[in-house]
Design a binder for this molecule. Structure first.
Ligand code: KIV
Length: 288
């Protein structure tokens, strides 16, 4: 039988597309695999609360990551390191409640899987049972393959995360990974290790675009890039960065699509001036 090419398997009307498709049921990891076969690119965003997640879900974002970037972007910590499993479970449950279509991926925080596969299974089970996520994410390539294997064997879909892994900031800093022949070979080994362990997708963070393109060609699972060039199957951004809420400088790979910090700041100043000047509330905002 002749094999169909990716272009030939793409539905001509785009009805099954992850973004812009007509489906309304919750997206599963099988839909993600089918998108890779069709050669379809897709967007992913982080989300940390029900209301923001509902906006992204209504906009058609097919995969939402309750990232442990919540540490810096939502909970006021310096990094992702202090985030606890209790916090991730609470935030993930809120994002699940606020959405009906997106696949929700719950991040496993630092200290919730490093002790070994059984430790990982216990923690991931909480995210699946208590929060209702459809998949979990954990950091590490070869070093995390045993954890991934047991989770997948137990029926929990896993998104892996290699390249820059922020939970290891104290050891590796925030630096580009995979530069130079040896580091590039290690990244390729990490990518194959997580695929062989059964991960359904892999995040590539802050790696050279050429290397991310090679990993994307070699793997049969989708790659999700952040600071990894244009050739990955999917792209993820931290929502507070891309909508301009994060204060100060954001990484070079971020494109700012809005300036929410300015919009919100101006709106609350207007409210404060109305209150001080006696122009809020007006008759129309009052009950009698
Ligand atoms: O926690 C997070 O937001 C992440 C993304 C940057 C991939 O891991």
């Amino acid at each position: 039988m002749t094999q169909l090419s990716a272009a030939q398997t793409k539905p001509s009307d785009g009805s099954k597309a992850l973004y812009g498709g007509k489906g309304t049921r919750r997206i599963t990891v099988r839909d993600i695999a089918a998108a890779k076969e069709r050669g379809e690119k897709w967007p992913m965003l982080t989300a940390y609360d029900a209301m923001t997640a509902s906006v992204f879900d209504e906009a058609g974002i097919p995969v939402l990551l309750v990232g442990d970037s919540a540490g810096n972007c939502h909970l006021g910590y310096e990094s992702t390191v202090p985030v606890t499993l209790d916090e991730m479970t609470m935030l993930s449950a809120a994002v699940v409640r606020g959405t009906s279509r997106a696949l929700i991926v719950g991040d496993m925080p630092f200290g919730s899987y490093q002790e070994g596969p059984v430790h990982a299974l216990r923690s991931a089970t909480r995210l699946v049972k208590e929060a209702g996520v459809g998949a979990v994410k954990l950091e590490g390539g070869e070093r995390s393959h045993r954890q991934i294997e047991l989770l997948v064997e137990s029926g929990i879909p896993v998104m892996a995360h290699i390249g820059l892994t922020p939970q290891s900031v104290n050891a590796m800093g925030y630096r580009v990974q995979g530069r130079g022949e040896e580091a590039a070979q290690q990244l390729l080994r990490d990518a194959k290790a997580v695929q062989d362990a059964g991960a359904f997708a892999v995040v590539l963070e802050l790696v050279p675009a050429e290397l991310a393109a090679e990993v994307t060609r070699v793997l049969h699972i989708p790659t999700v890039g952040i600071g990894a060039g244009a050739e990955t199957d999917a792209q993820v951004l931290v929502w507070t960065d891309m909508l301009g809420l994060t204060p100060g400088r954001v990484p070079k790979f971020v494109k700012k699509y809005a300036n929410l910090r300015e919009v919100m700041g101006n709106a609350v100043k207007e409210f404060a001036e109305d209150v001080v000047g006696g122009t809020f509330p007006l008759e129309e905002h009052s009950v009698h």
